[in-house]
Design a binder for this molecule. Structure first.
Ligand code: SF4
Ligand code: SF4
Length: 364
């Protein structure tokens, strides 16, 4: 087996403390959290072990641990920890560090996760879409349409290019993650286990194990399926528009339009449940950091402005162009920064689940 280099890293500890894991050092290894966590098994030390590794600053070891990604932030352990060390929050902070650790290029991950620079994330898309709006299309219809303001095939080509770059960044990040898993000797064959892992994520089976927080499961499930539906529809419409066999705006009765509106409604309901849950549990079970809020606001903003711009277009109100502009900026940010934001957890979690399938090598 390859040699694992372990270097205690004081800077890493400070970063965990500053990004949601402020109570890490209170942990005195009583193991209550491992007893409480529904995902921890009798012969496992999750999440107590990860708390210890983080306290010692063993960055390489803890960030390569697949168990980090199996936690679904239910907060049961945080509620029961007798020292107030908030292990659920610490694991969230460690996942954020892991996303930056494996990210490519790393400076983009540091930029996206810097709360003080948040406004700069929107500079590029604002300039891009303002430029495209000024450039404008060659043909203009009498009705108010978004196509009057933006050349739609160019928009679609731009979004496909951004998505392609995001896929490339994910591929490099995942390559690093899988390499780190192998160094730890903690991986089952990933490819054959991907299908059952994806099935587990689609059904949210682990979320169902959280007894004390019953709303988290339906909230996350609805948000997940809603955004999956929107991603699917967006991709098909994008391909269709560039291929010339679909012309937007689609009528409200078009199956793709029906699916888009249904998905948006489902995503909005799910996101609202999660948001209400977070606000209610802020002190008791789950703290919310900049890392969490960035994703929540990008997702909610993109869905809301998408629905609103459609309603305004149907009402033929000129303000629709302004709302659509904000929608484009938010969708761009969502796609472009996906490998560095909390959205990346979906991808890392899938691979971690595949790498720790039962019958090959155990879970947490
Ligand atoms: S995090 Fe809390 S419950 Fe878990 S081992 Fe540390 S002190 Fe005990
Ligand atoms: S937050 Fe929930 S899933 Fe995560 S370690 Fe704590 S009890 Fe387990």
């Amino acid at each position: 087996m390859a040699e694992l280099v372990v270097r205690p890293d004081e800077r890493f500890i400070q970063e965990v403390l500053a990004n949601g894991g402020a109570d890490l050092k209170k942990c005195y290894q009583c193991a209550t959290c491992s007893t409480v966590c529904a995902l921890s098994e009798e012969d496992r030390t999750f999440p107590r072990r990860q708390m210890l590794l983080a306290q010692w600053g063993l960055k390489d070891l803890v960030l390569s641990d697949p168990a980090l990604w199996l936690c679904h932030s239910c907060g049961d352990c945080t509620e029961q920890c007798p020292r107030g060390a908030r292990p659920g929050d610490v694991l969230g902070a460690l996942r954020q560090q892991a996303i930056q650790y494996f990210a490519w290029p790393k400076f983009v991950a540091r930029w996206v996760n810097n709360a003080r620079a948040v406004w700069t994330l929107f500079l590029l898309p604002v300039l891009l879409f303002a430029g495209l709006g000024l450039w404008g299309p060659e043909t203009v219809s009498e009705q108010m349409e978004f196509a009057n303001e933006y050349p739609v095939p160019v928009l679609e080509a731009l979004f496909f290019s951004v998505s392609g770059l995001a896929v490339l960044a994910f591929a490099v990040g995942l390559g690093r993650f899988v390499k780190a898993l192998r160094v730890q000797g903690a991986t089952a064959p990933i490819l054959p286990n991907l299908v059952p892992a994806i099935g587990e994520i689609f059904a949210h089976r682990r979320f169902q194990k959280c007894q004390a927080e019953p709303f988290r499961y339906p909230g996350h499930l609805l948000a997940f399926w809603g955004f999956l539906g929107l991603g699917f529809v967006g991709t098909v419409i994008g391909i269709g528009t560039m291929g010339g066999w679909l012309h937007t705006p689609l009528p409200l009765s078009h199956p793709l339009k029906v699916l888009a509106n249904l998905s948006a409604a489902v995503a909005l309901v799910g996101a609202s449940i999660l948001l209400a849950n977070r606000l209610r549990n802020q002190q008791l079970r789950q703290r919310t950091t900049y890392f969490d809020w960035l994703l929540v606001w990008l997702l909610a903003g993109a869905v809301l402005t998408g629905l609103l711009s459609e309603l305004l277009r149907l009402a033929q109100l000129k303000v629709m162009y302004g709302v659509y502009f904000i929608h484009l900026v938010l969708v761009f940010a969502l796609l472009a920064y996906a490998p560095y934001s909390k959205l990346a957890h979906a991808v890392y979690r899938t691979v971690a689940l595949a790498a720790t399938r039962r019958g090959t090598r155990g879970g947490p």
